[in-house]
Design a binder for this molecule. Structure first.
Ligand code: FAD
Length: 474
């Protein structure tokens, strides 16, 4: 579209000329998704600073029948935050809406605009002696709006729940430009249907989230981080049970990593080193935190782990002796996706099964996958405490990328079939976007899909908000 495009002119009037980008070089960072799988182009990228501007932009796009793609930090992993290849969609970047509107230490709430970076929310909470517990490897770029639109999970769901559980109120611009104000930071409000939860996890298809009232928690006073070698995923799940038995809800994070995941990090990431020399097929990274003073958490964790060792649940264990050592353990976990990318082509899944079915899932899926692609490397890792696995496959050593990736559909079929049989989900964290739509339509309850289509029809009858993502365009 040329500079005289009437929609672009309207957007310039609303947001100011400096905040409407049209050239390929200016829009480049907004049209490429994190994994580079969905290259697109935009009619324009518009960067509003207020809810009023978002409302006017959505109205203008509706008048010109232009689709709107809401975008936060653009760290999403399913192709939902970038425009398609037609050059007709408008990217609505929320990143300039980055104000903390209010922190209330009595109510334990923080009200922020959608474009505030997750890490900034964590830091602001800490400044007030509180904790905002959502934590994920992309937290330096991901925004609260994106976290809400994907109902983000991450490392602390085990104790604090996902983004839905961490949110009290929400402000949304609807497809017709009206502002839905549900921002009140109330813990209790039983006045009718819970509309807030419609927009959490909607992936930008039902409205543009402009602000949220978030829950804050007491800051931890003591944290113990442990790295354990275990023999099987079943032992890992049993270890989690044993730790919870003794330490209760203080078990804050519980991550599982297969040996190959750790090996990839050691190969590709500077300074990363497995803290244990003991050879083991699986490793667990656990974090236990205490908010009350004077409990000597470390001794309690040591006792719980010693007991687990006696029960033969762990082969060996290292407990971080300093913040630096704890960070080094998390450094390994956080760099698994990066290391896997550097190791060559991979086929990825973000699945959940009930915790009790984790071992069964792995036992059933692995032999079929190895028969399908001999030599394939199963790089399993994830937030196993929530039943969530990033069940990724790296190509066999020396294999050609193209012919490996050509098998992706067959691989997905095997994985999702086993997930479905165990009552699991094909997307535990990252959402559907464009990447998982086919599997979503195949495995989700058809009645649920009918209802979702009906809700979309009511809230966005012209299909202008992120069309073709999550639900198909028809
Ligand atoms: P974007 O990528 O910009 O957008 C994601 C989706 O939300 C798109 O559909 C977009 O249209 C929509 N959207 C964005 N902002 C708004 C808004 N204001 N209103 C309406 N819709 C909007 N995710 C997890 O859940 N757990 C993890 O542990 C995790 N780890 C990750 C690690 C890495 C290294 C990376 C790259 C990603 C990871 N993710 C994880 C995925 C991603 O970081 C999250 O989905 C995050 O919540 C996306 O936030 P964002 O601001 O980048 O959203």
């Amino acid at each position: 579209m040329s500079a005289s495009d009437p929609l672009v002119e309207a957007l310039r009037t609303i947001a100011g000329p400096a905040n409407v980008l049209v050239s390929a070089s200016d829009t480049a960072a907004y049209v490429r998704d994190w994994r580079g799988q969905y290259p697109g182009q935009a009619r324009a990228v518009v960067r509003p600073a207020t809810t009023g501007e978002v409302s006017a932009i959505v109205r203008a796009c509706a008048q010109h029948r232009a689709a709107v793609v809401p975008q936060g930090g653009n760290t999403g992993l399913t192709g939902g935050s970038t425009p398609d290849e037609t050059g007709r969609e408008v990217v609505l970047s929320l990143r300039r809406m980055n104000r903390v509107r209010r922190v209330d230490a009595v109510d334990n709430t923080m009200t922020v605009e959608a474009g505030v970076i997750l890490q900034a929310v964590q830091q602001e909470a800490a400044r007030h002696g509180r904790l905002f517990p959502l934590s994920l490897a992309a937290e330096g770029s991901a925004t609260i709006g994106g976290n809400l639109a994907t109902n983000a999970g991450g490392e602390h769901v085990l104790r604090y729940g996902n983004m839905r559980s961490l949110t009290l109120g929400i402000e949304v611009v609807l497809a017709d430009g009206r502002v839905l104000d549900l921002l009140s930071p109330l813990y209790k409000d039983n006045t009718g249907y819970d509309l807030r939860d419609l927009f959490v996890g909607c992936e930008g298809t039902l409205g543009v989230i402009t602000a949220a009232a978030l829950r804050l928690f007491p800051a931890p006073r003591e944290q113990v981080t442990a790295w354990a070698a275990v023999d099987t995923p079943g032992h890992a799940v049993a270890l989690l049970g044993a730790l919870r038995e003794r330490l209760g809800e203080r078990v804050t994070a519980f991550e599982l990593l297969v040996r190959e995941a750790v090996a990839q990090v050691e190969r590709h990431i500077d300074g990363a080193r497995n803290p244990l020399a003991t050879p083991a097929p699986w490793f667990v990274l656990a974090e236990i935190s205490e908010t009350s003073p004077g409990t000597d958490l470390r001794s309690q964790v040591e006792a719980a782990l010693a007991h687990a060792h006696e029960q033969a649940l762990v082969l060996d264990v290292a407990i971080a002796a300093s913040l630096g050592q704890a960070e080094a353990m998390w450094h390994i976990r956080d760099h698994v996706p990066d290391a896997q990318t550097r190791d060559g082509a991979s086929i990825k899944h973000d699945i959940a099964v009930p915790l009790s079915c984790i071992a069964t899932f792995l036992e059933r899926a692995a032999p079929e996958l190895l028969a399908e692609i001999p030599g394939v490397r199963l790089v399993t890792f994830g937030h196993v405490g929530d039943g969530n696995l990033h069940y990724n496959l790296s190509k066999p050593v020396g294999a050609d990328d193209g012919s490996f990736l050509a098998r992706a559909d067959a691989v997905h079929d095997i994985v999702y079939r086993h997930v479905a049989r165990l009552g699991g989900s094909i997307s535990a964290e990252h959402g559907i976007g464009r990447a998982k739509q086919a599997a979503f339509l195949r495995y989700k309850d058809p009645v649920a899909i009918d209802i979702m289509r009906a809700v979309k029809g009511v809230l966005d009858p012209a299909h202008l908000l992120n069309p073709g993502r999550l639900l198909p365009r028809d």
